[in-house]
Design a protein around this ligand. Structure first.
Ligand code: PAN
Ligand code: ZN
Length: 186
């Protein structure tokens, strides 16, 4: 028996469609303490969309052996001179990795290990990025249009946002003379 395909992805935009697609949005109001310049964040309209995530979560979070699939869409923009970006997290199970694949626009994957060494990888349509275990990860939109990428991660990885909210990354991706530059935080 051939079952109808229930989930599809548009490869040019990363957009998912189907019955089981969940979506969350993060606005400027949802991201206190995420950007370096808190006054610049508060000066922006609270309803400004920063990013949204579409996910396909076929098993319950925490299930061992399953996989999750999702696309993140980050709007172009700056908070001060810092690019719009995701909150960022370690996986709660630190030894669980992830794949990211860029779909459209220009972005950067910012990675920090547990010794707080931070680096970034430019993301361009078609670039594939392995997020190794024990690495905090976040993505910034470094271009002028929506940046989208899709991700596949283990269903029992979990997300540790608190460590990042408390300690941040050791460097921030800032727009300096129009170019992304990783600048150490004091
Ligand atoms: C991604 C992220 C997504 C949004 O699916 O969850 O890009 O970023 P934040 O979760 O940091 O807000 C992923 O890395 N999942 O593990
Ligand atoms: Zn992750």
């Amino acid at each position: 028996m051939i079952l109808p395909q229930s989930l599809t992805m548009d490869f040019s935009t990363g957009a998912l469609s189907g019955a089981d697609v969940e979506e969350v949005s993060r606005t400027i109001a949802d991201l206190p303490g995420v950007f370096g310049d808190e006054a610049a964040r508060r000066a922006l309209a609270p309803v400004t969309l920063v990013y949204r995530v579409q996910s396909h979560l076929p098993v319950a979070a925490g299930t061992e052996g399953g996989l999750f699939w999702g696309t993140t869409f980050i709007q172009p923009g700056l908070v001060g001179d810092e690019y719009f970006m995701t909150k960022g997290h370690f996986h709660a199970k630190r030894d669980h990795g992830e794949y990211y694949v860029a779909c459209s626009g220009e972005g950067a994957l910012i990675l920090m290990d547990e010794e707080r060494h931070t680096r970034f990888e430019p993301m361009r349509p078609g670039s594939v990025h392995y997020v190794p275990s024990n690495m905090a990860h976040r993505v910034a939109n470094t271009g002028a249009s929506v940046f989208s990428f899709f991700a596949c991660w283990p269903s029992d990885a979990g997300h540790d946002y608190d460590s990042i909210l408390r300690d941040g990354f050791s460097a921030r991706l800032r727009c300096i003379s129009g170019q992304p530059e990783l600048v150490s935080t004091p």
